[in-house]
Each structure stands twice: as structure tokens, then as C-alpha cells.
Ligand binder design. Structure first.
Ligand code: UDP
Length: 585
């Protein structure tokens, strides 16, 4: 593909050593012998130029393509904003698939099931992750008309999807990620809840149970609820809602799986109910989508939006406004530039034009502002921050609708009725985990607190990276507390909260996820969810000593606080952790 020539005076890109490694290994284009054929600078230019070149489709654009390409380059290389990994990997290449999130339907026939397996493989190959609901499949042991035999049920098919995934590396670089969903009223729900009991089972899947409002009411009133055969809609049996809820809690306590999503709440916010129900999210849970829908994400690095004023540090709202506006234009162009492995997906995406702008570097911002993550003031700022981003992204979407037209299904969407004026996108905001993006930008991931102030990160098939938070190191220097001995202790412990010889302010501001009471984790998720169209990726971390009752409380709180789902993780409950403190390394 032809990419606009790189200007000779384009500034170089500064990369931290972890970013350099990740980009080289996964993102820079490679030749047949596996060595990179582009530099990191060329990579960012490839992305900036190819996304900016979409302006040519819109004669009314106020931007010259060349200028916009440079602006996008600066946006990314200053680490103010990064698009999701597939955009970085594939923009301006033959593959051209730029979205991270997909949902595919799984119908109740051999044809439909294996079509979904094949489509998922194609998506994984192109760098995307897939979510599926298995709820339409007839339960285990029910009749199969054409053979006179019995059906093997959703869980046995899940295993086939899992095995197929094992063999396909995403874009040749990472293994595919999947979400498997089953509604709580499916007759095989108990087997599903136990499906990841054994270590290593369904290792390419996150599982979530879709809880209905009716089910939650039954839990609250300690009633029974019906299990319904998906085809005949017959009631097969009834279960005690509290017993099922308690089983969910127990499994989450043991292994973190399955998570839960509140499916009716997700559908209450479905902008296009005329196109059917939302049954599933993408693999990490932040993006509910219709069947055959895809969404591209992008994240603003909040750590970069501070300014010094009157001797203090404040949020730089004006610059944030500009960056949100530009990021929405960027993500809108990504939709036009992206090629999808299936025509059905192209149609659905082009009709609804969902984008998911989110944030990363939240914990780093709080460090700079001197606000403890587990404080009322941090929660208030979270709401204010996301409210601002949501409003600005909608205003950008509206401007683009004037320039380029609204999303084609706008007329039949919920916005038409609400009389809010046309938008260019059915949704604008999503908070992604930013697992790799945050490494590239050198910031804390998504809206998560830091896992540890200094830690060893396991990435890419066992490789290890050591990192110390730069704001923490600077604060130690500023307060005259820095020493090699102290750093070694921090690496070992991961936290300073109990180091009483350090100043109180340092100990309260520089918190890590394990220092934070689980209820604050949840409150933070709820604060961001309040002003996010799609959902928020967040893990509620619990200490190893947490009880099942603690998890029960968190689940209930997630329901009451308006979250769209919740994932908990009790320290040490799985043998392989993505992030580890120095202990045991
Ligand atoms: N994703 C995936 N495989 C991965 C990581 C992520 O398919 O190994 C998809 C998945 O849909 C996930 C989404 O990308 O929900 C966003 O994840 P994240 O923000 O961590 O991705 P990044 O852009 O940082 O790589």
C-alpha cells in the first residue's frame, strides 16, 4: 500500500526501553526473515499518514491531509493518544484490519457453529478478539432432530472454539482472546459456571455469566427462577437464585472465573435495539456489541494532561478538549480505513460506526495531583473527567456528523427519539484495559491503580521487564527519601503503605492495587461507568485473605452502583499471573 512520504523534518520518536522491545517484537512490520523492515518512527508515520488519508473521502474536511498526518503523528508520539493495537500493527498494510473488538453469533446448528469457529479464526489472524454468546445452543442431552442422537451442549462446543484459537496467532504475533457468555437462565448454566474449575481449561477464554434483571430480583427476594430451553422457550426446571449466585461467588473466589455481566442493563443502553439484542461483549468485557459488529478503540494518556498553576498542579482541561476532538476524528477515519474479514461485519460497522475512546494513565495522573486513588476526591475527579471526555467526544461526533453525515442507522437509533441532534457514531466512549498501549506510552494501564510501584512484568511468552514508576521515584527524590536500599525493599514488597518511616503523604498517595480496599476499586469503576457509553474494563483486586462474603458484597455493590459487569481477582488464586511483584521472582 502507498503511504504518504515521510517528511524529512519529522521529529524523532522517544521510546522507553520496554516500548522499544514491544514495538520491535510485535508492531513494526517485518520482512520474510522476521527482522523489522521499518523503524518505530516509520511505523508511527505509516499509521498517521494512512489514517489521515481518509480525509480525502470528505471534500468538506477543514484539514489538509498532509497537515493532519503530522498532527496525528505528534498526537501518538507524544503519547497523548494511541489507537488500539490492531490499528498500530495493520494501518497502511495489506491486512488493513484495525479493530480490536468483535462479537459473532453462534446459532444452534452445525453449520452456524462451525461458521463461527472459522470466522473467529479469521478475526484472530487479523489481530482482533472475539466474543460469543453460547445461549442459543440447545442444552446438553436434548434431541438432535436430524440424527436422532443427543446434543453435546454449549460447553463441549466452547472447547472446540478454545482449541481452534490455540492454533491461530493474532496477526502472527499473539494468541487470540475470546469471551464466552451464557445467560443465567440457560439449562446448562451450572456446568458453565464450573467450566474453568481445572487449571488450564478453556485457557483462551474469559467466561462471563449474563445475569438478567429478573434473576437479580430473585436473588434479592430469595426466590426460585426458571431455566429456559432456548428453542422451545419451555421451562426445563427452576433453581434457587441465591444458590446460583453463591456458586458464582465461590468460583470467582477460587479462580476469578467466571465474571458477571448485567445483560439487561447493557441492552437498556443499546443504541440500536431495532437491529437486535446485544448478547455478548468483546474478550475483556469493555465493549458490548451486536452480532457481527466490530469496534475500534483508542485511549488518551491522562498522565500527560497536567499543568503547573499558582505553585500547584492541575488538570489541563483545554489541551484535553483538543486531544479528545482530534482523537474522535482519528477513530472515525479508522472505521473508513479498516477492512474486515467478513462482508457482514463491514456492513454492520459502517451502519453504526461505533468507536470507543477511553483513557489510560489514570493512576499516574492521581500521583501527580497528589490524590490517593482510594479517596472521595479521586472519585469526584473520575466522574468529572469522564463526564468531560464523554461530552467533548459527543460534541466532536456531532461536528463530524455535520461535516460527513450521521451514522447511517441514526434514524432508527435511540438518539433520534431523544432529539439530541445527529451524531456520527452510535457510541463514542469505552474504557479498555490498554495492556500493551500502556507499555508503549509508559503509563499506568486504563483506570487501574498500579499493581506495584516497582515490579517485574511478564510479557510475551514468559519474557520479563522490570519497571519503577517514574512519578514515585521523583517524589522520593523530591522528599529526600530515595536510596538504593529503599528501592530494593519496594521491589520486594511492591507497596510503601506500611513503611512508617516514610512521610504520611507519600504513603497515602502512592498506593497500589493491593493497598486499596476492594470497595474503592468498585467505586472507581462505577464513577467512570457513569459517563461511558460502552463499559469499563476493571479488575477488583482482593487480597488472598478475602472471603467469599467479600466477593458477594462486591458483586452486589456492582449491581447497585450501575456497573455493566464485574471481574474480581483474589491474589494468588491462579498460578500464572500477568503482573507480579518482586516476591518469588
Ligand atoms: N485483545 C485481544 N488479544 C489480546 C489483547 C487484547 O484480542 O492479547 C483485544 C480484546 O478485544 C480486548 C481489546 O483488544 O478487549 C483491548 O485490549 P487492550 O486495551 O489490552 O489492548 P491493547 O490495544 O493495549 O493491545
Amino acid at each position: 500500500m502507498d503511504v504518504m512520504k515521510m517528511p524529512a523534518d519529522l521529529p524523532d520518536v522517544n521510546l522507553n526501553s520496554n516500548a522499544e522491545l514491544v514495538l520491535k517484537k510485535r508492531y513494526q512490520r517485518k520482512g520474510l526473515d522476521g527482522t523489522p523492515i521499518e523503524t518505530a518512527k516509520e511505523m508511527f508515520w505509516r499509521v498517521a499518514a494512512s489514517i489521515a488519508s481518509m480525509e480525502k473521502n470528505y471534500p468538506s474536511s477543514p484539514f489538509k491531509t498532509k497537515d493532519l498526518a503530522r498532527t496525528f503523528y505528534t498526537l501518538m508520539t507524544q503519547y497523548d493518544f494511541l489507537p488500539n493495537s490492531p490499528t498500530l500493527m495493520n494501518a497502511g498494510t495489506e491486512l488493513g484490519q484495525l479493530a480490536a473488538c468483535f462479537v459473532l453469533p453462534v446459532g444452534d446448528s452445525m453449520d452456524e457453529i462451525f461458521d463461527a469457529v472459522k470466522h473467529a479464526a479469521l478475526i484472530h489472524k487479523s489481530g482482533g478478539g472475539t466474543g460469543f454468546s453460547f445461549t442459543r445452543l440447545r442444552p446438553k442431552d436434548s434431541r438432535v432432530g436430524s440424527t436422532g442422537g443427543v446434543a453435546s451442549g454449549p460447553i463441549s462446543f466452547l472447547k472446540i472454539f478454545n482449541t481452534a484459537t490455540e492454533q491461530v496467532k493474532q496477526g502472527g504475533t499473539r494468541r487470540g482472546a475470546n469471551m464466552g457468555i451464557l445467560r443465567v437462565d440457560h439449562p446448562d448454566i451450572l456446568e458453565f459456571i464450573r467450566a474453568k474449575e481445572r487449571e488450564g481449561d478453556l485457557n483462551n477464554f474469559n467466561l462471563s455469566v449474563a445475569l438478567t434483571e429478573k434473576f437479580m430480583q430473585a436473588v434479592e427476594h430469595d426466590e426460585e427462577y426458571p431455566l429456559i430451553a432456548p428453542q422451545s422457550q419451555e421451562v426445563i426446571e427452576t433453581l434457587k437464585a441465591r444458590e446460583v449466585f453463591e456458586l458464582l461467588v465461590r468460583k470467582a473466589w477460587e479462580s476469578g472465573d467466571p465474571g458477571i455481566i448485567f445483560i439487561d442493563r447493557i441492552n437498556r443502553d443499546n443504541p440500536n435495539p431495532d437491529q437486535g439484542e446485544i448478547e455478548s461483549t468483546n474478550p475483556c468485557g469493555e465493549q458490548p456489541l451486536l452480532p457481527y459488529e466490530a469496534c475500534n478503540l483508542g485511549s488518551i494518556n491522562l498522565a500527560r494532561f497536567v499543568l503547573e498553576k499558582d505553585g500547584g498542579i492541575e488538570v489541563d482541561w483545554d489541551r484535553l478538549r483538543e486531544v479528545v476532538q482530534l482523537s474522535v476524528r482519528f477513530l472515525d477515519n479508522v472505521i473508513d480505513a479498516s477492512e474486515y474479514p467478513l462482508e457482514r461485519i463491514t456492513e454492520t460497522v459502517r451502519k453504526n460506526r461505533k468507536i470507543g475512546l477511553g483513557v489510560m494513565g489514570w493512576a499516574d495522573l492521581l500521583y501527580q495531583l497528589g490524590l490517593p486513588y482510594d479517596s472521595r476526591r479521586a472519585i469526584v475527579l473520575a466522574e468529572q473527567m469522564m463526564d468531560f471526555i464523554q461530552k467533548e467526544s459527543r460534541s466532536a461526533s456531532k461536528k463530524l456528523a455535520m461535516e460527513r453525515g450521521p451514522f447511517p442507522s441514526y434514524e432508527t437509533s435511540i438518539y433520534k427519539e431523544q432529539n439530541l441532534g445527529p451524531y456520527r457514531h452510535a457510541t463514542t466512549t469505552t474504557i479498555a484495559p490498554t495492556g500493551t498501549l500502556s507499555i508503549i506510552a509508559g503509563c499506568s494501564s486504563g483506570v487501574e491503580p498500579l499493581f506495584a510501584l516497582c515490579f517485574v512484568r511478564q510479557v510475551m511468552d514468559g519474557e520479563k521487564l522490570t519497571e519503577a514508576n517514574s512519578f514515585f521515584v521523583k517524589a522520593l527524590h523530591d522528599q529526600g527519601c530515595y536510596s538504593e536500599k529503599l528501592m530494593a525493599e519496594v521491589i520486594e514488597k511492591g507497596s510503601v503503605r506500611n513503611m512508617e518511616f516514610l512521610p504520611e503523604e507519600l504513603r497515602s498517595v502512592y498506593v497500589t492495587s493491593m493497598d486499596i480496599d476492594p470497595q474503592w476499586h468498585l467505586k472507581m469503576q462505577a464513577a467512570f461507568q457513569k459517563h461511558t457509553d460502552n463499559a469499563v474494563s476493571k479488575t477488583v483486586n482482593l487480597p488472598n485473605s478475602a472471603t467469599q462474603e467479600d466477593i458477594y458484597k462486591i458483586y452486589w455493590m456492582a449491581y447497585e452502583e450501575g456497573c455493566k459487569g464485574v471481574t474480581v481477582y483474589r491474589d494468588g488464586c491462579k498460578s500464572v499471573q500477568v503482573l507480579c511483584t518482586g516476591e518469588g521472582q
